[in-house]
Design a protein around this ligand. Structure first.
Ligand code: S3P
Length: 173
């Protein structure tokens, strides 16, 4: 199985993915890290120097590569990965995949992301917490269409990575 974690930036995909992989003795792959390794550039550099369209093309290319070559893997996607270029259909049509949406509230996302927005190209320009909240609200509204097509939804607010991993294990292992 390839267990695919999807959800908005800051929902904890990497933290939970790592924890879960260790618990079930699976490999762990973070698609953003995979892209950075293959391109020899940070995601921030790719956005700044090549632009988002270039990034989205590479994201689709490497997603397909990972899906076709790996098994027994927890795969964390970028927040936008399932929402572009038919990526979600490719994931869902794949025989080995199960998709879990890590669902985090708007308040919690705003709180987490405001502190670390400089590291994230899509929100680095945002000045105030209110502006960030509005941005996330609109973005989540557009993206929920894709996120809600996951096989399972797991709410993450006020839960530890350990609790969330155990919840996913009880659903899928
Ligand atoms: C993005 C999320 C990021 C990264 C890129 C674009 C998005 O990944 O792929 O900055 O469109 O939401 P994380 O969700 O892992 O931060």
């Amino acid at each position: 199985m390839i267990l695919v974690l999807i959800g908005y930036m800051g929902c904890g995909k990497s933290l939970i993915g790592n924890d879960l992989a260790a618990k079930v003795a699976y490999n762990y792959v973070d698609l953003d890290d995979y892209i950075e390794n293959q391109e020899h550039k940070s995601i921030k550099d790719i956005f700044e120097n090549k632009g988002e369209i270039y990034f989205r093309k590479k994201e689709t290319l490497y997603l397909n590569e990972v899906l076709d070559t790996l098994d027994n893997t927890i795969l964390s996607l970028g927040g936008g990965t399932p929402c572009f270029a038919g990526n979600l259909d490719v994931i869902k049509q794949h025989v080995k995949t199960k998709v879990v949406y890590l669902k985090t509230s708007l308040d919690e996302l705003t709180d987490r992301l405001f502190k670390e927005r400089n590291k994230r190209p899509l929100i680095a320009h945002i000045k105030t917490e209110e502006e960030l909240k509005d941005f996330i609200r609109k973005h989540l509204f557009e993206r929920s269409f894709y996120y809600n097509q996951a096989d399972f939804n797991v709410e993450t607010d006020k839960k530890s990575a350990d609790q969330i991993s155990e919840e996913i294990i009880s659903l899928l292992f």
